[in-house]
Design a protein around this ligand. Structure first.
Ligand SMILES: Nc1ncnc2c1ncn2[C@@H]1O[C@H](COP(=O)(O)OP(=O)(O)O)[C@@H](O)[C@H]1O
Ligand SMILES: [Mg+2]
Length: 280
């Protein structure tokens, strides 16, 4: 299930070529589903943070999760790669179907799962180690020693649009980078494991506007090869970078749809009130 092939430049070019063909455009209209959340509920003790959420996450698309603080966005995202397993009182009901399996099954290998479904958090959290080591650490841990480390370092940093800025200082501490660079390094670190899905929890909220814009551009580029789910409390950002949007309120999925319809023609009053700034 785990794909260790490095996505080469050639495949990017080939993909670009085919994506302009008529056949491919027709196929695009019927987006492929990468993940299916099926009646997903998440509890912390007696507090239900996510309530019976059913929705797809489409392949090679950016899906944004919006909604007021505390509505369950991070909980939902963390459930997708089983980060909530680390919280003793957390439990879930329902299913998350991925590649024909329910990833909430107890017998899932969560380390392998997190290799396929990578996650990046709000605060950049690079390891206090050299830049290069940040990329190679997990690969060594996963005993992927046969892969060409140098090539992966370069490819991941290029994919994260960071290579040109830091290629001459790969042995410097990651902590010497700016916040925006650190966040792109964290994205590169996730990409090094060749995931299929990237989960980004408010990836730009700790960044200055210029760094945020770089990370936004990056997200839009990465969707060519990855499926991306991003939590943001910045509605302009959701509108700019996502294809689909899920609006959550108090644990409920109030509305899910393609981003432009949801923002211009919301079906639910609560969605309209939220996007028009009546509450935050
Ligand atoms: N580790 C935790 N332990 C207990 N309750 C939590 C934990 N994390 C989040 N919650 C609760 O779950 C609900 C949803 O929180 P969260 O998923 O962080 O929302 P959001 O990301 O939308 O701000 C809140 O009521 C919050 O207090
Ligand atoms: Mg959150």
């Amino acid at each position: 299930m785990v794909n260790l092939n490095i996505k080469s430049k050639t495949s990017t070019q080939e993909q670009k070529k085919t994506s302009s063909s008529v056949i491919d455009n027709r196929m695009k209209e019927q987006a492929e589903v990468q993940l299916n959340l099926d009646n997903l509920s998440v509890f912390y003790g007696n507090n239900q943070a996510v309530k019976n959420v059913t929705m797809p996450i489409e392949k090679n698309k950016v899906t944004a999760f919006i909604g007021p603080s505390g509505c369950g966005k991070s909980t939902l995202l963390r459930t997708i790669n089983r980060m909530n397993d680390q919280i003793r009182i957390a439990r879930y009901e329902g299913k998350i179907m991925y590649d024909g399996i329910n990833i909430l099954n107890k017998d899932i290998d969560v380390v392998a799962l997190r290799k396929e479904i990578g996650m990046v958090f709000q605060e950049p959290n690079p390891f206090p180690k050299p830049i290069k080591k940040n990329i190679t650490h997990a690969l060594q841990y996963m005993k992927m020693s046969k892969v060409n480390m140098q090539e992966i370092v370069e490819t991941s940093l290029k994919q994260a649009a960071l290579w040109d800025e830091i290629k001459d200082r790969l042995n410097d501490s990651a902590l010497s980078l700016s916040g925006g660079q650190q966040q792109r390094l964290c994205i590169a670190r996730a990409l090094a494991l060749q995931p299929n899905i990237l989960l980004l929890d408010e990836p730009t909220s700790a960044l200055d506007p210029i760094s945020s814009a770089k990370v936004e551009d990056l997200i839009m580029e990465l969707k060519e090869h990855y499926t991306i789910a991003v939590v943001t409390h910045n509605m302009e950002q959701a509108a700019r970078i996502s294809d689909n949007t899920a609006f959550m309120y108090n644990g409920d999925l109030v509305e899910y749809g393609d981003t432009s319809s949801l923002f211009t023609n919301p079906k639910e009053q609560r969605t309209e009130d939220y996007i028009s700034g009546k509450f935050s």
